[in-house]
Ligand binder design. Structure first.
Ligand code: SAH
Ligand code: SF4
Ligand code: F3S
Length: 468
C-alpha cells in the first residue's frame, strides 16, 4: 500500500482561508449513503472549517453547499437530482458555490448528465477527497467549473483534518474499497480495490480519540474482516498486525475506549481467529452484522456471495456456540433477477431461524455497469414490493418477539444525550443497537450505566437506572 503525500494539497486550505478571511461564510453539507460516506463527510467538514466556513443547517444561508453522494440504489441517485434542481435557484440568486462529491461522481454517465443539465462548481470523487481544497480554490480564483475524478487503486490518504459529528462515539475507517464484486453491487466500481490503513495509523487515531474522551469506536470498511488480507496474500504486508483479529486485540487494549463495534464484515471472512477475538475481548460488541442478502443458495450463487444457505446457517450456529449471547443484524435484498417464490421462501426461512435483531431490507435496484443489470429475468416491481412487504411483516413479528426478551434484563448503556422520542428522557443503545430511553441527570451523558428494561415499544425500549 502506498500512502500519498498530501502536503501540497493541504496548502490550499490555507490559501482558501486567506481569500475567505473576515467574510463570515457558511457551508451546508448533505451526506447520503453509508457510514463510510459519513466518515468522509467528517473529513470534508474538517477541511472546509479550516478554510473559514462555519456550518449551517439552513441551506438558504449557505455560501457553499456540498453533496456527498451515494449510488448504491436508484433512490439515492434520484435524491441528488432533486436537490440539484432545488439549489439551482439559490445559486442564481446569490452565487452559492455547489460542490458534489462521493460515490456517484465515480460514475461517468452521472457526471456527464450533471455537466449537461445541472449547475455546479466542483465535482470530486472518492479518490480525490484530499484535493477538494485545491479544486475549490481553482473554482473560486478562475471562476470556472472543476471536475476532478480519479480512477485509481491502492492508495491511502492520511492526515486530513476531521470534524466529528459526535463527541462520545466515533467512526474510524480501517480499510477502503472492495474486491468481492457481488453481482448487484456498484461499490467496487466506485470505491476501488481493497486497501488497508496501517495499524499504526489506526491505533494512533483511536488513542487520540480515547484521550479526547471518546468511549465507543466503530471500525469501518466495506469488508472489515478482510483487513490486510490482500496485502498478506500479495506478500506486501509489513505490518505485524496483519489481520482483523489482531487489530481487534490491539484496539481492545486502548485505555478509555469501552466499546468496539465494526461494520461491515463479510460472512466468508469470519475465520476462527475473528470469532475467538470477539469472544475473548470484553470491549468488542457481541452484536454482529452478518449480511445475508438472500437465503437461497441458487440466488447467492448468482449474486457471487460465495456461501450457501447451509454455510451461512452453520456460521451462525458456530458463532452462537462460541460467543455467549451473540446477536445478529443483517442486510437482505428482495427481487434479485431470477428470484422465484421458493428462493424467497428460503430467505424467510433463514430470517425465522436466525431471528435477527435488526434487518436492513432492500428492494433490488439495477445498477449500470454491474453484471446483474444485464441478467435476464428481472423481477417485476409489483412482485418485488409484495415480497418486501411480506419480509417486513415477518421482521416486525420477530422484532416484537425479540423485544419481549429484553423486559426485566439489565443492559449496560452508554448515555448519548437527550432523547428525540421524548426530551424528558435520556437515551442510549443496548449492545444490540436498540434505542433505550430512561429518566436521569444530564451529568450521566458520556458514561456507561446499568439500566433495567421495563417495557418495549416496537422501535425502542424504556428502562430505569439501576445504579449511578
Ligand atoms: N460492504 C457492505 C455494504 C454494502 S452496501 C456489505 O457488503 O455488507 C449495503 C447494502 O446495500 C448491501 O449489503 C446490500 O444489501 C444493499 N445493496 C447493494 N447493492 C444493492 C442493489 N443494487 N440493490 C439493492 N440493494 C443493494
Ligand atoms: Fe458490495 Fe458485496 Fe463489496 Fe459489500 S461485499 S460492498 S455488497 S460488492
Ligand atoms: Fe453508497 Fe458509496 Fe456507501 S455507494 S453505500 S456511499 S460506499
Amino acid at each position: 500500500m502506498t500512502k500519498i503525500n498530501i502536503n501540497e494539497e493541504l496548502e490550499y486550505v490555507e490559501k482558501v482561508s486567506k481569500i475567505n478571511e473576515g467574510k463570515n461564510l457558511k457551508y451546508n453539507i448533505l451526506t447520503m449513503g453509508c457510514q463510510l460516506n459519513e466518515n468522509d463527510s467528517e473529513k470534508i467538514c474538517g477541511m472546509v472549517e479550516k478554510m473559514g466556513y462555519t456550518k449551517t443547517d439552513d441551506i438558504s444561508l449557505a455560501d457553499l453547499v456540498i453533496y456527498n453522494t451515494c449510488c448504491v440504489r436508484e433512490n439515492a441517485e434520484e435524491k441528488l437530482f432533486g436537490k440539484l434542481g432545488e439549489v439551482k435557484k439559490l445559486k442564481e440568486a446569490k452565487g452559492t458555490i455547489i460542490a458534489i462529491g462521493g460515490c456517484m461522481m465515480q460514475e461517468k454517465h452521472i457526471v456527464d448528465k450533471i455537466k449537461k443539465s445541472y449547475k455546479y462548481d466542483v465535482i470530486f470523487g472518492t479518490h480525490t477527497l484530499h484535493k477538494f481544497p485545491k479544486d475549490l480554490y481553482n473554482a473560486i480564483i478562475e471562476n470556472k467549473r472543476i471536475t476532478d475524478i480519479l480512477d485509481i487503486d491502492g492508495e491511502i490518504i492520511e492526515g486530513l483534518p476531521i470534524k466529528r459529528d459526535d463527541n462520545i462515539r466515533a467512526s474510524v475507517t480501517i480499510m477502503n474499497g472492495c474486491n468481492n464484486f457481488c453481482t448487484y453491487c456498484i461499490v467496487p466500481y466506485v470505491r476501488g480495490r481493497e486497501r488497508s490503513r496501517s495499524s499504526e495509523d489506526i491505533l494512533k487515531e483511536i488513542e487520540d480519540l480515547a484521550k479526547a474522551g471518546y468511549k465507543e469506536i466503530t471500525l469501518l470498511g466495506q469488508n472489515v474482516n478482510s483487513y490486510m488480507r490482500v496485502e498478506r496474500e500479495k506478500g506486501i504486508c509489513t505490518d505485524k498486525i496483519n489481520s482483523f483479529a489482531k487489530l481487534l486485540r490491539e484496539v481492545n487494549k486502548i485505555d478509555g475506549i469501552e466499546k468496539i463495534r465494526f461494520i461491515s464484515p463479510h460472512p466468508k471472512d469470519f475465520t476462527d481467529d475473528v470469532i475467538e477475538a470477539i469472544r475473548d475481548l470484553d470491549k468488542v460488541s457481541k452484536f454482529i452484522h452478518l449480511p445475508l442478502q438472500s437465503g437461497s443458495t441458487n440466488i447467492l450463487k448468482t449474486m457471487n456471495r460465495v456461501y450457501t444457505k447451509e454455510e451461512y446457517l452453520n456460521l451462525v450456529q458456530k458463532m452462537k456456540e462460541k460467543i455467549p449471547n451473540v446477536k445478529f443484524s443483517t442486510d437482505i435484498i428482495v427481487g434479485f433477477p431470477e428470484e422465484n417464490e421458493e428462493d424467497f421462501e428460503n430467505t424467510l426461512d433463514v430470517v425465522r431461524k436466525v431471528k435477527f435483531e435488526q434487518i436492513f431490507m432492500f428492494i433490488y435496484s439495477r445498477r449500470v455497469g454491474t453484471p446483474a443489470d444485464k441478467m435476464e429475468n428481472q423481477i417485476p416491481e409489483e412482485i418485488k414490493h409484495k415480497r418486501f412487504d411480506k419480509l417486513k411483516k415477518l421482521y416486525e413479528e420477530i422484532l416484537a418477539e425479540n423485544n419481549k426478551e429484553y423486559i426485566g434484563t439489565t443492559q449496560n448503556i452508554l448515555v448519548e444525550g437527550y432523547s428525540k422520542i421524548n426530551s424528558e428522557f435520556l437515551t442510549g443503545r443496548t449492545d444490540t443497537n436498540k434505542v433505550v430511553i430512561f429518566k436521569g441527570d444530564s451529568k450521566l451523558i458520556g458514561r456507561f450505566i446499568q439500566i433495567k428494561i421495563i417495557s418495549e415499544h416496537m422501535w425502542y425500549l424504556k428502562g430505569e437506572i439501576l445504579n449511578e
